[in-house]
Design a binder for this molecule. Structure first.
Ligand SMILES: [Ca+2]
Length: 213
């Protein structure tokens, strides 16, 4: 192969990559800080050692475990992200036990009556401590409902208490969200942001981060 042919091939590759990146709207997927996530509804927990907050503390050793008075298949958690953000990914970690979630779905929305996004049939390996990550086209949402659609009980007893070791929410964007405080006036604002407002916030945040360096 001549130098020219190699060069043309390389350039073609770059052009294709560029076109694909435009069509896909690629951006960096960043974990949304747990500090900005509030649980507004969930299946009741099994007790003080198993509260739902345990699944948002960044520690796989602490777990949210559901009450045994509700069937495991009915397990759900609804999160408030504090603002409308372009949600693009979600990760779930099973309990390190044999009460296992084997499949779940997600409902992303701003108002239950508004158009929403449904992500279904996310499979999770039927193993203690397993995890499943799903990435999807970014959808502007403030609320996420995670709900179990597949469940495998403990083989040696009818405990029926699934849950989660950890949840992680991912957003599309290259802004560093980690240092955004939950006490921020921006996030406490009762308004529901439009995508344009959110982009403006990203711009301001980037400028602030740059000035701090
Ligand atoms: Ca945890």
């Amino acid at each position: 192969m001549t130098y020219e042919k190699k060069n043309i091939g390389y350039m073609s590759f770059l052009v294709v990559l560029f076109l694909v990146s435009i069509s896909q709207g690629w951006g960096d997927i960043t974990q949304y800080p747990n500090e900005n996530i509030t649980v507004i509804d969930s299946t009741p927990d099994l007790g003080a050692s198993y509260v739902v907050g345990n699944a948002l503390d960044g520690n796989l050793a602490t777990e949210y475990v559901t009450t045994n008075t509700v069937p495991g298949i009915d397990t759900f958690v609804t999160f408030d992200l504090g603002a409308v953000v372009p949600v693009g990914g979600f990760k779930f970690y099973n309990r390190n036990d044999l009460e296992l979630v084997t499949e779940f779905g997600l409902l992303l929305y701003n108002d239950p009556n508004d158009p929403n996004e449904i992500i279904e049939n996310v499979t999770v390996p039927a193993e203690a401590g397993s995890s499943a990550y799903v990435e999807f086209a970014p959808f502007d949402a403030r609320y996420i409902k995670w709900y179990v659609t597949g469940y495998q009980g403990h083989p040696s007893g009818p405990f029926d208490v699934p849950g989660a070791a950890e949840f992680e929410v991912y957003v599309d964007g290259d802004v560093n969200l980690v240092n955004i405080s939950p006490d921020s006036a921006l996030l406490l604002s009762p308004q529901v942001w439009t995508p344009k407002q959110y982009k403006a916030w990203i711009y301001v945040t980037k400028q602030s981060a740059h000035q701090l360096q």
